[in-house]
Design a protein around this ligand. Structure first.
Ligand code: GLU
Length: 420
C-alpha cells in the first residue's frame, strides 16, 4: 500500500499553497490575488440514477469554474470514488494555470462525480452521464465551459454529454465537449495527446540535462491513457521502460517490459496482472526503482513527504495532476531531481482539446500530422518559457511554471478590470 495522504495533502490546500508561492515570487498586489485565486463558480448537483436492479441510487457531482478571465472555462470530468468538492476545486485551479502556461485562450474548470464506474454497467454509466450533464447544463457550452475526459471518463461519455446538450438545444453542438469520438467532431490525435505532450517535455528535459533518451530507464506509475502512451512513445524512442503499475499491481523487468505487448494485455484483460516476463513488486518498490525518468501518471499525492526520500531518478515527469505534494517537492529539490510540473507536463491533452474546439467551430478538420506538429510546437515553446524562468529567477520548475501561468492570468485580469 502507498502511504495514505495526510490532511496537509488536501489537493485544494496544495493548490492554494503553490498559488501563494507564485504570487509572492511575482510580487502580485493583494487586489489582483483576490480576483484570481479562488473559483468563480462552484455547482454541486444531485445525480439520481436508476440502477439495473431497479433501485435508484443518488450520486453527487460537481462542476467548478475556477477562472474565465482568459476565455471559457476548460477542463475534464472525473468519475472516481474519491472525488470530493475540494479535489475538483484543486483540479479546476490547476486547469487555469495550465491553459495559461501553454497560452491557449481558455480559463480553468473541472467536474467530477463520486462514483466507481468499474462497478457499474455501461447502461448505468450512460444514465449517470446524461443526468449529470443535464444537471450542469446551465453552466456548460462552447463559449462558456467546455468539459473533456479525465480519470475514468471516455470519448463515449463525451458523446453522451454532447448528445444530451444538443437534444435540449434542438441542434447539434459538437463544441460543447472535447475528447469526442472522431466521427462526432473529435480531433485526430486527441486520444494520445496527453501522453504525447509528456513525451515532448521529457525529450526537452533530457536535452537540457544531457541525458540520452536511448537506453534511459523509465518507470511509469499508472498505466491509463496518459501513462501507457507516454511509455509507448518513450519505448519507440529506445528508452527502456523497466517498471509500470496500475491500480491493482506493479511489475518490473530490469531488461525492459515489452510495451506494445503490455498495452495489448491491458486492453484485453483490463489490468497489468498476469503479464508474463515481469516480476511483481510492491507500489513502494516501483517508486524507488533506480531510473532516469519517473512518470507518476495516476492520481494526486502519490509522492509525499513519507516516500520522497526513497526516489532514485533524475527526472520526475508529472503526467498526473498533483502527484507530488509541496513537502515532497522540497525533498526532491534537495536531492537535485528535475521535475516537469503537471501544468506543463500533461498540458498536451488540453492543448489538443483546444485544437478540437477550434476545428469544431470552423467545421474544418486537420490531419493527424498537422495536430502533432502544432502540439510539438506548443509543448516545446512552453517548456522553453518555463525553463527560462527557472534559470533566470533561480527557482524550481514548479514555481517557474506557476509564475508563468499565474502571471499571464494576472496580466489579463488587470486589463479587464473589475466589473461593475
Ligand atoms: N483532463 C485533462 C487535464 O487534466 C484534459 C482537460 C481538457 O482537455 O479539457 O488536463
Amino acid at each position: 500500500m502507498l502511504p495514505t495522504a495526510t490532511p496537509e495533502t488536501n489537493a485544494y490546500e496544495v493548490a492554494l499553497e503553490n498559488f501563494d508561492l507564485a504570487a509572492n515570487a511575482l510580487e502580485l498586489e493583494e487586489n489582483v490575488r483576490a480576483m484570481i485565486k479562488y473559483p468563480e463558480r462552484i455547482l454541486c448537483v444531485s445525480v439520481p440514477v436508476r440502477m439495473d436492479n431497479g433501485h435508484i441510487f443518488r450520486y453527487e457531482g460537481y462542476r467548478v469554474q475556477h477562472s474565465t478571465t482568459r476565455g471559457p472555462a476548460k477542463g475534464g470530468i472525473r468519475y472516481h470514488p474519491n472525488v470530493t468538492v475540494d479535489e475538483v476545486k484543486a483540479l479546476a485551479t490547476w486547469m487555469t494555470w495550465k491553459c495559461a502556461v501553454v497560452n491557449i485562450p481558455f480559463g480553468g474548470g473541472k467536474g467530477g462525480v463520486t462514483c466507481n464506474p468499474k462497478e457499474m454497467s455501461i447502461g448505468e454509466i450512460e444514465r449517470l452521464t446524461r443526468r449529470y450533464a443535464s444537471a450542469i447544463l446551465p453552466l456548460i457550452g462552447p463559449e462558456q465551459d467546455i468539459p473533456a475526459p479525465d480519470v475514468y471518463t471516455t470519448p463515449q461519455i463525451m458523446a453522451w454529454i454532447m448528445d444530451t446538450y444538443s437534444m435540449t438545444k434542438g441542434y447539434p453542438v459538437p463544441g460543447v465537449v472535447t475528447g469526442k469520438p472522431i466521427c462526432l467532431g473529435g480531433s485526430l490525435g486527441r486520444n494520445e495527446a496527453t501522453g504525447r505532450g509528456v513525451f515532448y517535455t521529457v525529450l526537452s528535459s533530457c536535452e537540457q540535462l544531457g541525458i540520452p533518451v536511448k537506453e534511459a530507464r523509465v518507470v511509469v506509475q499508472g498505466f491509463g491513457n496518459a501513462g501507457s502512451i507516454a511509455a509507448h512513445l518513450l519505448d519507440s524512442a529506445q528508452a527502456v521502460v523497466i517498471g509500470a503499475s496500475d491500480s491493482r499491481i506493479a511489475i518490473y523487468n530490469r531488461h525492459g517490459l515489452d510495451i506494445p505487448k503490455l498495452i495489448t494485455h491491458k486492453e484485453r484483460t483490463g489490468s497489468l496482472k498476469g503479464f508474463p516476463a515481469a516480476e511483481e513488486i510492491t507500489p513502494e518498490e516501483l517508486l524507488s526503482l533506480e531510473c532516469e525518468i519517473l512518470i507518476p501518471a495516476a492520481l494526486e499525492n502519490t509522492i509525499i513527504e513519507a516516500n520522497a526520500h526513497t526516489i532514485r531518478t533524475r527526472i520526475v515527469a508529472e503526467a498526473a495532476n498533483g502527484p507530488v505534494t509541496p513537502e515532497a517537492d522540497r525533498i526532491l529539490d534537495r536531492k537535485g531531481v528535475f521535475l516537469i510540473p503537471d501544468i506543463l507536463c500533461n498540458a498536451g491533452g488540453v492543448t489538443v482539446s483546444y485544437f478540437e474546439w477550434v476545428q469544431d467551430e470552423q467545421h474544418l478538420f486537420w490531419d493527424a500530422q498537422d495536430v502533432y506538429n502544432r502540439l510539438e510546437r506548443v509543448m516545446k515553446t512552453s517548456f522553453n518559457e518555463v525553463f527560462k524562468i527557472h534559470v533566470d529567477h533561480k527557482v524550481n520548475m514548479r514555481l517557474a511554471a506557476n509564475m508563468l501561468g499565474v502571471g499571464r492570468v494576472a496580466e489579463a485580469v488587470k486589463l479587464r478590470g473589475l466589473y461593475p
